[in-house]
Each structure stands twice: as C-alpha cells, then as structure tokens.
Design a protein around this ligand. Structure first.
Ligand SMILES: [Zn+2]
Length: 413
C-alpha cells in the first residue's frame, strides 16, 4: 500500500471526489463501488479479471491523506486528479518525494542508534545501509534469472525455466499441474450450455447473450482433505444453499406444505403434515471432504467444495507452459485453515436449521499445490455483465453466475 500526506495545498474535496473516477477510468480501471463523504471517501476499482485496487482519502483541505492499495502508477493518476482539484498545486510534494524523505529519516535514525553506544569511535564511519525489509529472493533458485513479483506472493514461477521458487528461500512444497484438454471454443460451448440450463433463462435469452473476452490462466489451488468428526442436530435442506435467507425461506415453505397436508387430511393427516415440517434429526458426522482452495487473496472464484472436485487423476508433473500462470499468495498452512472453514460451511449448507453443531474439522496430510488451467469468460445478458469460469481440464463450470433475472428486465420486441 502506498500512502501520502498533502499539506497546505487547499484541496477542494468535492471537486476531487468528482474528478477522480474520470482520471482512473482513463487508465483502464472501472469503479466498482464508491463510498462518498464530506471529510473522507473511498473508491473500489477493478481492471480485467484479476486487478483490484482501493483508493481511500481523508482529511481537510490543508491536510489530506491518500492511501492507494494498488499499483504505483495508480497513485500517480490520483496525484494528477489532486493537482487538478486544489488551489495551490505548486506546493504539492509528490508521494515519491515523500517516500524518499521518509527513507532518509529512517536511515538517520538507524545511524544514530548504531553510533550512540560507541563513544570512542576511531574514525567516522559511513552510516550503514538501513535494512527496511526482510531479504527478498531476487533470482530464480534454479536458473538464476531475475524474478519480479508482488510482495504478497509466496511462490513465484520463473518466467524463464518455469521453476517454482519459494520467496523465503526454503524448499517449495509438493506441486503438479493439470493438462489443458478443452480449447477456447469448447469452453465457450460449455459456458453457453451452463447458461441455457438456468431456470429463469429462456432459449432465446441464452442465444441472445453477448459473449465477451475469453482468457486462459493457470491458477494455483491447494488440494486439502478435511476430515469432519462430530454430531449435529438439524433439518436437512431439500435444496442445498449457503444463503441463510434461502435456508429460512425453505423452512417456511416446508411448514406451509406440512400445514396444507394437515388441513387436507383432517386429524388423521396431521401427523403426516407435521412429519414433513419437522424433520429435525440427530446426525453423527464422520466424513472426509476434498476442498480446493484458490491460493490467491482475492477469491471471488473460490470453487464450491460440494460442487467441484479437482480432477486429481489427470495430474501431471509441473512443466513450463506458454500460458500465463498466477503466483501463489497463500501458503499451505493458511490454505489448510481456510479449508476447515469451507468444509464446515459445506456441511452446514446441507441443513436449513441447525439447533446443535459440534463438529470438528481436521486437515489430513500435507496440502498439495495444483496449477489448474481455467478459462475466464465474460458475457452480457439483459444489459448486465457476468462472468463464468470453465475448467480447461475437465470442462466443469467452476464459478458460473447464472443471472437471476426478475420479470420485466428483458423487454419484448
Ligand atoms: Zn528459472
């Protein structure tokens, strides 16, 4: 994250807030969300499938702080917008200059600390270079080619030889990859079929959808097996859902059906009706769930463990491909922790109401890293943009947002 403080430049907050979206859009970002305000505001930005950024601004005209969680050139754009919306742009000290000043202050501080306990220094020594961050792996451990990567990435694929480098310099984990079986046009067919199966999507609508860009990326996933042990008391869902509102709606619907049956059959039928409404069971749980965990921090495309299985039987040793491969941002330990939560969520989604839930989740063995080829497909339907992911190895739809279109959205011609 980059942050900078601007003093005595007379920011016109309202102008800045209005101008900023236009500036960032010119560099290819789209504004996903805006939180406006008098003394602070925030923009959430998106570019393509993978890039996300946030801009936070707070302060008063003569003292303003800007934080950018995103690339450096975005901060440059923010400063252009700021210079355009203040009374005294000449007094502005840019973020790069501020960063340099800070680094020098830190260096002076270090020099002072080191000099202080040695009063009888024989000769003035040049101040030691400040150590500001942990040492960073700069060259591939296999072929010595230079490596470039984001600070949060923990496993980095070498662009030259394809070796997977652990940025801490330790041994990389066990890893492999899946082959690309489906080409782009086949993946597009799978996506179209998936869309056409939507309950509220008519054939005409599916055919009328506009299909946009389609890109292939190798995405690192941790394959984690989680053992669930314990017991619970709950009502089985007829339709599995992770949405609490839908869980509740199902219960209400079941009660209505139960009640209707009860009424229909009079006294004798009451038992049958209540049996449908009241399906509370005691269930003992002992099962292993295979959980795929996307090894990236932004996980809008996290597969649902109940609906998607990594085709591990097609696993191959990792080799360099010409395809763009995303680096790992999440280590094995963190993935195992996340998998526990996802496995419990999967179990929970099978029930509408849970009155007691005492189930423990235990990762089994070491998580294994699998580089998986995924097609990312964009489409528009009914004036809205959606996206879908198709596994290029086995053709299953991993994250597909079938639009739920309320009546009247599609105009009849
Ligand atoms: Zn290399």
């Amino acid at each position: 994250m980059i942050s900078a403080r601007y003093r005595e430049i007379g920011v016109r907050m309202e102008n800045f807030q209005q101008a900023l979206p236009g500036f960032v859009q010119q560099t290819g970002w789209s504004v996903k969300k805006t939180i406006p305000g008098q003394t602070s505001f925030m923009l959430e930005l998106k570019k393509g499938f993978f890039d996300k950024a946030t801009i936070k601004v707070r302060g008063v005209p003569q003292d303003m702080v800007v934080e950018v969680d995103g690339p450096q050139n975005l901060m440059d754009v923010v400063e252009q917008a700021l210079a355009n919306s203040c009374d005294n742009p000449g007094a502005m000290v840019g973020w790069k200059e501020q960063a340099q000043q800070q680094a020098m202050e830190i260096a002076k501080g270090f020099a002072g600390i080191i000099k202080a306990p040695i009063p009888t220094a024989p000769a003035p020594q040049p101040p030691p270079a400040p150590k500001l961050a942990a040492p960073k792996l700069e060259a591939c451990m296999h072929c010595s080619a230079p490596l470039t990567y984001d600070p949060e990435e923990v496993l980095v694929v070498c662009n030259y030889c394809g070796y997977v480098n652990n940025t801490t310099g330790e041994q990389p984990p066990r890893y492999s990859m899946l082959p690309i079986v489906l080409g782009g046009s086949q993946a597009l067919e799978m996506a179209k079929n998936h869309l056409a199966k939507g309950i509220f999507v008519t054939k005409g609508m599916a055919e009328g959808a506009e299909w946009g860009s389609i890109v292939l990326r190798y995405i690192p996933n941790w394959a984690v097996t989680v053992q669930l042990e314990g017991d619970l008391e709950g009502k089985k869902a007829l339709i599995k859902t992770k949405d609490a509102k839908k869980q509740l709606a199902q219960e209400v619907a079941m009660k209505a059906i139960g009640g209707a049956l009860g009424g229909l059959f009079g006294g004798a039928g009451r038992g049958a009706g209540e049996a449908i409404a009241d399906r509370t069971e005691n269930i003992s749980v002992s099962e292993a769930i295979d959980v795929p965990v996307v090894a990236r921090k932004a996980t809008e495309y996290q597969p649902d463990p109940g609906a998607y299985k990594i085709p591990l039987e097609k696993k191959e040793p990792y080799k360099k491909t010409g395809e763009e491969t995303l680096n790992v941002e999440m280590g094995a330990q963190e993935a195992a922790e996340k998998a526990k939560g996802l496995a419990l969520q999967e179990l929970r989604s099978r029930y509408t109401v849970v009155s007691r839930f005492s189930v423990g989740a235990y990762p089994v063995g070491e998580p294994e890293l699998i580089y998986m080829p995924w097609w990312f497909i964009e489409y528009r339907m009914g004036g809205k943009a959606y996206s879908m992911i198709v596994d290029a190895c086995n053709g299953s739809v991993i994250a597909g947002q079938r639009p739920w279109l309320p009546k009247g959205v599609i105009k009849r011609r």
